[in-house]
Ligand binder design. Structure first.
Ligand code: PGA
Length: 252
């Protein structure tokens, strides 16, 4: 059955020398996690190489925070899938709310990035989630469904094996305001059901759906005890060795 994925999204933090030291400490600290838990960290592009060297041979997998949807060429400032793969990157985060809201990424662009990344052999952490105003006006399910359907357009059932969905309510990201396990579970069950309608029961039973938004070492256990919550995408608390280690070693 499906595995848990505990992932650290470092965002725009840590210069390469800091990232290298931090990764070394994490490798020491995160050794014995349960067999059914995968652990991934996504440093900024500039630190990927240094971090890749440190985590080599450990259980920690490497992720990137963004990717371009073209093979290569005149795309100033962008980073290609091949560039990431060459550094040992296995996962890429796509559709994060900061990319949707600050950089205006649309469902269409997110879908192109997902398709291209899968074609290249990257695994994708595909993020969805509603704004506070959307939750308050009762639109959570509609918004999440539009994002899921738009992002997964023309993605095959077979490719779904390489996708993890991260449900991240935007009002919970970086705010210290974590969704309750019940609030999160409700949306996770809805997403799983949407995947069942789009694909099949088998695909929906097997897909990992992470929760993200102010997850800490104290909130993780309650969230992970829910049937449809299969891991966490962690921002702030992934920048502290002790917190991230405790999150990776959550108790159900
Ligand atoms: P946070 O970030 O844990 O700091 O809320 C989560 C995320 O943006 O993935």
């Amino acid at each position: 059955m499906r595995k848990y994925l505990i992932a650290g999204n470092w965002k725009m933090n840590l210069v390469p020398s800091e990232a290298k030291k931090f990764a070394k400490q994490l490798v020491e600290s995160i050794k014995n996690v349960d067999k059914d838990v995968d652990v991934m960290i996504a440093p900024p592009f500039t630190a990927l190489d240094a971090v890749a060297q440190e985590i080599k041979g450990s259980i920690i997998k490497l992720g990137a925070q963004n990717v371009n949807d073209n093979e290569k060429g005149a795309f100033t400032g962008e980073v290609s899938a091949d560039m990431l793969l060459d550094l040992g990157v296995e996962y890429v985060i796509i559709g994060h709310s900061e990319r949707r809201t600050i950089y205006k990424e649309t469902d269409e662009l997110i879908n192109k990035k997902i398709s291209f990344s899968l074609k290249k052999g990257l695994k994708v952490v595909f993020c969805v989630g509603e704004l506070l105003s959307e939750r308050e006006s009762g639109k959570t399910n509609d918004v999440v469904k539009t994002q899921v359907v738009g992002g997964l357009k023309n993605i095959s059932a077979d490719d779904m094996k390489s996708i993890v969905i991260a449900y991240e309510p935007v009002w919970a990201i970086g705010t210290g305001k974590v969704a309750t396990p019940e609030q999160a579970e409700e949306v996770h069950a809805f997403i799983r059901n949407t995947i069942k309608d789009l694909y099949s029961k088998e695909v929906s039973d097997n897909i990992t759906i992470q929760y993200g938004g102010s997850v800490t070492d104290t909130s993780v256990d309650g969230l992970m005890s829910k049937e449809n919550i299969d891991g966490a995408l962690v921002g702030g608390a992934s920048l502290k060795v002790d917190s991230f280690t405790r999150i990776a070693k959550f108790q159900k």
